[in-house]
Design a protein around this ligand. Structure first.
Ligand SMILES: Nc1nc2c(ncn2[C@@H]2O[C@H](COP(=O)(O)OP(=O)(O)OP(=O)(O)O)[C@@H](O)[C@H]2O)c(=O)[nH]1
Ligand SMILES: [Mg+2]
Length: 259
């Protein structure tokens, strides 16, 4: 059963459309201090009552996977290290889901923002929804100045090169699984979030931002606070934005077939 709740009258979308099955996908590398909080915060969300929470353990050595499983998540393992690899493994594992929600395992994203992130998608007003910390709020110290600068630059280039109104390249997002797979994602590390936005723009997906709250992460940063580490990540993001400016979707199914 892939469509649920249509006899409970519990529809989130406009009209009487049945609610699609939703999977929350959480990439996690050594997030033992925070992962249970994230899973538990999502478990209480009505929109996920008939969906699932998938934590992708990206080779953690601190027991993240076991903690996530005990908190109620389905745990998928991905041996290849990288944010994009972890996200993709979760998306592929979510075979029964029509809609994917991505968020991080470090408790920086607010699970209570889930309905807000899903709303434009469920109401069929957008094809990709990204939670914007610029439109919402960001806890002091939750991002380094390098992260803030890199993010602004990436958003600026997206506006200029792709004509998409991006204020923030945030991790909390929602997209139909079929639409995401049609993007044929290639960036398997930090380029993944940017690739998703720019390829969506090139495909003609409707883009929407919603305000979200961003907390100080729990646990130790994987990116690191070093300038060299941040520059590497920043360059990966910026080069991704530049790389796909002439990309075209291989199949024409993505933007048109189911609408
Ligand atoms: N950095 C990194 N994160 C990964 C990887 N695999 C999974 N993740 C998870 O991806 C999410 C995002 O990584 P973060 O380290 O929070 O990246 P960030 O939010 O840009 O930076 P900080 O929160 O400031 O460290 C977290 O849930 C990580 O645990 C990986 O190979 N590298
Ligand atoms: Mg983080």
């Amino acid at each position: 059963m892939t469509l649920a709740d249509h006899h409970t009258g519990d529809n989130a979308g406009a009209g009487r459309r049945p609610r699609p099955r939703i999977a929350a996908v959480i990439p996690a590398l050594d997030e033992a201090p925070s992962i249970a909080r994230v899973v538990e915060g999502l478990s209480g969300q009505a929109l996920l009552a008939s969906g699932e929470i998938i934590v992708v353990d990206n080779g953690s050595t601190d027991g993240t996977g076991e903690i996530a499983r005990r908190a109620g998540a389905r745990v998928v393992r991905e041996g290849r290290r990288g944010y994009g690899y972890a996200c993709l493994a979760g998306v592929l594992a979510a075979r029964d889901a029509e809609v994917i929600v991505l968020l991080d395992g470090d408790a920086a994203d607010e699970p209570d923002d889930l309905p807000r992130v899903l709303k434009p998608l469920l109401e069929e007003e957008a094809d990709l929804v990204v939670g914007s910390r610029a439109l919402g709020s960001r806890a002091r110290g939750s991002m380094t100045w390098q992260q803030i600068f890199g993010n602004h630059l990436a958003a600026f280039l997206m506006r200029v090169l792709y004509g998409v109104r991006v204020s923030d390249v945030g991790p909390f997002r929602a997209i139909r699984r079929e639409d995401l797979l049609a993007l044929e994602m290639r960036e398997m590390t930090y380029g993944w979030p940017s690739e998703m936005i720019v390829k969506s723009a090139r495909t003609g997906y409707r883009y929407c931002e919603v305000p979200v709250t961003y907390h100080q992460r729990i646990g130790i940063s994987k990116v690191g606070d070093t300038l060299v580490g941040s520059l590497k990540v920043g360059w990966r993001i910026i080069s991704t934005v530049l790389r796909y400016s002439r990309w075209t979707p291989r199949k024409t199914n993505a933007a048109g077939v189911h609408r």
